[in-house]
Design a protein. Structure first.
Length: 75
């Protein structure tokens, strides 16, 4: 069994990276990230739609995760 380390950034961390790239005008890199931004926006819409079916515990969990990811982006 091989051991691997997952260093994939969370969406909040990705957001911070993306903003830093945008603010430093690294347009070519930003263009390359369009598919990832599209995934994030699609996931946000999916969450918006399905959240009406969530239990109170699920709402609390989502709220906690959103707060954590926003903090990673400086909010």
């Amino acid at each position: 069994m091989s051991k691997t380390i997952d260093i994939t950034p969370s969406w909040g961390e990705f957001g911070s990276i993306y903003v830093n790239l945008a603010e430093s005008k690294q347009v070519d890199v930003i263009r390359g990230l369009r598919p990832e931004v599209a995934k994030a926006m699609a996931a946000a819409e999916a969450l918006k739609v399905v959240q009406t079916t969530f239990t109170e515990d699920q709402h609390r969990l989502v709220s906690s995760i959103i707060s954590k990811e926003l903090k990673k982006q400086g909010y």
